[in-house]
Design a protein around this ligand. Structure first.
Ligand SMILES: *Cc1c(COP(=O)(O)O)cnc(C)c1O
Ligand SMILES: [Zn+2]
Length: 420
């Protein structure tokens, strides 16, 4: 028995050396803590890259099953994942018909709207953070969520047999509430915005010994997002695209995609070229875009008013770092109005057969603007990260009542004559 455990541990050896503050660089041991005691900066997982470089290779990765765990050495688990073993490796789809509309000849969609098990990229961050919660021995877990995280925490907690409390703003879409309750999670809606929910969750962590995936487990949670970047590079034949367009809520996904391409290059897995990273937000909640356009590093919090609920974070935790990543990469950021978001959802559906949620509508609409501004050029390889599934946010759209006829061929012929 002891021998079997040792064998597994050897195979999944962790390359994590500890946690480090992203602002003052103070070091901490690996523990469920997200904030620096010295300066209140965010903590990040640190790896032994020299040791990693000795073991990791394209061939080793390619020999593994098509899930996010094929990059396991670059993720912060010490034992095999307790949940989400099947998550990730979503399709990278060429999008020539959307590209023709936008004037981009080499456009791709990274479609996390079909991620397992809850149809958004949040399944990646939850796979890491809930597995880590099990390593730390938490029996109660949860999150502050704008919707997709709630779904994923609830589903994965059910599978791991953990008790889950999920805190959401009161304005959330019905499908996202149902898609959380169905797994037996306790759903608690808060009078207020996501930012109020998040503040409350910081107090919960302080008072109760719970593992909240995006609060005290945040350093581990956010590392899961890197796998979006790893997969894009591998699926392009081990190279970075010229540009990636990423929707931003707290700004974590964008900073971690940026980090992923840096790690691949550092480890010699891709040639030395990194993508320009472009951020996308809704006009009604655009604090990171505003900072980029003002040439500032300071994020001024806003009160969200947008149909893109999954991006409605007015005071983004990683906003400062998202601004830095965008600038360092030579990218830019844009926002989209509710009307443009709906148009973006329809455009992606009608050209590429992919139904995305409002966040995806933001990404498509922003890409259209960036192409029109010539910040993306026609021959470049551009990847849109589509992060969530449209069937969860149908409230944002109104279905037209279908034309109803008698079951007669003459009726069909009449409709065609009338120009249907
Ligand atoms: C959470 C979320 C994002 C952005 O996440 P951050 O890492 O907080 O910026 C993007 N798209 C969807 C669909 C999401 O649920
Ligand atoms: Zn610090």
């Amino acid at each position: 028995m002891a021998q079997a455990t040792n064998a597994v541990e050897a195979k999944t050896r962790s390359y994590v050396t500890g946690l480090r503050c992203r602002l003052c660089r103070a070091e901490y041991p690996e523990q469920p803590v997200a904030i620096c005691e010295e300066c209140f900066g965010p903590l990040e997982v640190e790896y032994n890259y020299a040791a990693l470089a000795q073991v990791i290779s394209r061939e080793l990765i390619a020999s593994r099953p098509p899930t996010m765990w094929r990059y396991g050495e670059l993720l912060p688990l010490s034992v095999p994942p307790r949940v989400g073993a099947e998550t990730g490796y979503t399709p990278l789809v060429p999008a020539p018909r959307l590209g023709a509309v936008l004037g981009l000849k080499n456009l791709y969609i990274k479609n996390d709207g079909v991620c397992h098990p809850t149809l958004s990229f949040k399944d990646r961050v939850v796979a890491v953070s809930l597995s880590k919660a099990c390593e730390f021995g938490f029996d109660t877990v949860g999150c502050a969520s704008t919707g997709n995280l709630a779904n994923s925490v609830a589903a994965n907690a059910a599978r791991a047999g953990l008790k889950a409390y999920v805190f959401i703003p009161e304005t959330l879409e019905q499908a996202k509430i149902l898609g959380t309750q169905i797994y037996g999670a306790r759903v608690i809606a808060i009078h207020g915005t996501y930012d109020d929910v998040n503040r409350l969750c910081s107090e919960i962590v302080y008072n109760l010994n719970w593992g909240l995936v995006n609060v005290n487990l945040r350093p581990f949670y956010s590392e899961g997002s890197k796998t979006v970047g790893f997969e894009i590079a591998e699926q392009l034949g081990w190279r970075a695209p010229d540009a990636v367009v990423v929707p931003m809520a707290g700004g974590s996904l964008l900073t971690k995609i940026h980090k992923a391409f840096a790690e691949l290059q550092h480890l010699g897995l891709t040639p030395p070229a990194r993508p320009r990273i472009f951020g996308a937000q809704a006009r009604g909640c655009n604090p990171i875009v505003a900072a980029i356009k003002e040439g500032s590093e300071e994020i001024r919090p806003v009160k969200p008013r947008t149909i893109a609920h999954s991006l409605a974070i007015g005071d983004p935790a990683d906003g400062y770092f998202a601004v830095r990543a965008i600038r360092e990469s030579g990218g830019w950021a844009e926002d989209a109005t509710d009307e443009e978001i709906l148009e973006g959802i329809r455009l992606l559906a009608e050209t590429e057969g992919i139904f995305t949620e409002a966040a995806g509508g933001v990404t498509v609409a922003v890409t259209k603007k960036l192409a029109a501004q010539r910040r993306l050029s026609p021959d470049e390889t551009v990847v849109l990260t589509i992060t969530g599934n449209g069937l969860k946010t149908t409230e944002a759209l109104t279905a037209l009542p279908p034309i109803t006829i008698a079951p007669k061929i003459a009726e069909v012929e009449r409709l065609l004559r009338e120009g249907m």
